[in-house]
Design a protein around this ligand. Structure first.
Ligand code: UDP
Length: 321
């Protein structure tokens, strides 16, 4: 079976990819600098190289024996990106340039990239199509867009086969052979983990109830991490040489913050303590993906619903307490 290099494979989404690849019989190498990831998340059956994508020698070592790359490594906090835009462009764009140049030198010519809906910015209409204009509203989104442009250039000039997957809101968790793989951020900013953590003493904050939506709260498109990774493995096998495809990954539908709270309340069988506060800076009102292209090119559609995302996130968080 072929060996896949997973950059950022010690993190939440990358770690889920590693577990699913191993379960499907792939051999896996992980390259991760552990700036966000955790070494204990890397299974013993994967080869682990601790290092940054900016370090050409480490990238070269990690590519040994690999036939393709799934590239998750990078800085991923929107708020931090506003404070440190240069750091985000350096790690995400320059780091990918190092990776692509080492791939070329090693003759590895297939890559699946973890891009983001943040490349689109505030949408003019929903659902968002891959052909829609890109106008990121923060340096994180700009850095992901920078990588997408780099991949287009390499596909044209060097024959690279690339697929960028633009994630909408990823949630849920995988129970792997070594246990539940969950998000581990401190402070946690994402809605579903915060809903699950909410208590009377420390209630969930609802960021804005005056948005132009039916119930006044923001609408997002949530996709289960297991479905998301399934799309990556399909993408590995759908790559065509000298071509760069950009594909959205979401559910094609949306839930408001209040609908997420109500669904969690049903799943947990209790009320969720919540307080209404001001809007959070930089939030668009509605983000919903068009997922037709994922269906056409990858033969993919998600199979987990919001209840399952919430239930699995809960099990993963409980397993750590
Ligand atoms: N949100 C919220 N309270 C929280 C975290 C998030 O009301 O504690 C809202 C946020 O304003 C957005 C939605 O929930 O409308 C999803 O936010 P998240 O940070 O999970 O993902 P994002 O869409 O920002 O990537």
């Amino acid at each position: 079976m072929e060996r896949i290099l997973v950059t950022g494979g010690a993190g939440y989404i990358g770690g889920t990819a590693v577990a699913q690849l191993l379960a499907e019989g792939y051999e896996v190498t992980v390259l991760d600098d552990l700036s966000m990831g955790h070494a204990d998340a890397v299974p013993a059956t994967a080869r682990f190289i601790e290092g940054s994508i900016l370090d050409a020698a480490k990238v070269c070592e990690a590519l040994d024996g690999a036939s393709a790359v799934i590239h998750f490594a990078g800085k991923s906090l929107v708020g931090e990106s506003v404070e440190k835009p240069d750091l985000y462009m350096h790690v995400n764009v320059d780091g990918t340039e190092v990776l692509l140049s080492e791939m070329k030198a090693a003759g590895v010519n297939r890559i699946v990239f973890s891009s983001s809906a943040a490349t689109y910015g505030e949408p003019k209409s929903v659902p968002i199509l891959e052909s829609d204009a890109t106008a990121p509203t923060n340096p994180y989104g700009a850095s992901k867009l920078g990588v997408d442009h780099l991949l287009t250039k390499y596909a044209k000039e060097s024959g690279l086969g690339a697929i960028s997957l633009r994630y909408f809101n990823v949630a849920g968790a995988l129970k792997s052979a070594t246990g539940w793989l969950a998000e581990r951020h401190e402070p946690e900013t994402h809605l579903i983990p915060n809903v699950l953590r909410s208590t009377d003493a420390s209630p969930l904050k609802i960021f804005g109830t005056d948005w132009p939506t039916a119930d006044g709260t923001c609408i997002r498109d949530y996709v289960h991490v297991v479905d998301l990774i399934d799309a990556h493995i399909r993408a590995l096998n759908a790559i065509t040489p000298a071509t760069h495809h950009i594909i959205n990954l979401g559910s094609g539908g949306g839930y408001s913050v209040r609908e997420v709270i109500d669904t969690a309340s049903k799943v947990l069988g209790r009320t969720i303590a919540a307080v209404e506060v001001d809007r959070r800076a930089g939030d668009p009102a509605v983000l919903i993906a068009s997922i037709d292209k994922a269906g056409e090119i990858l033969g993919w559609k998600p199979s987990h619903n919001l209840e399952q995302m919430i239930a699995d996130t809960k099990q993963a968080l409980d397993s750590r307490n």
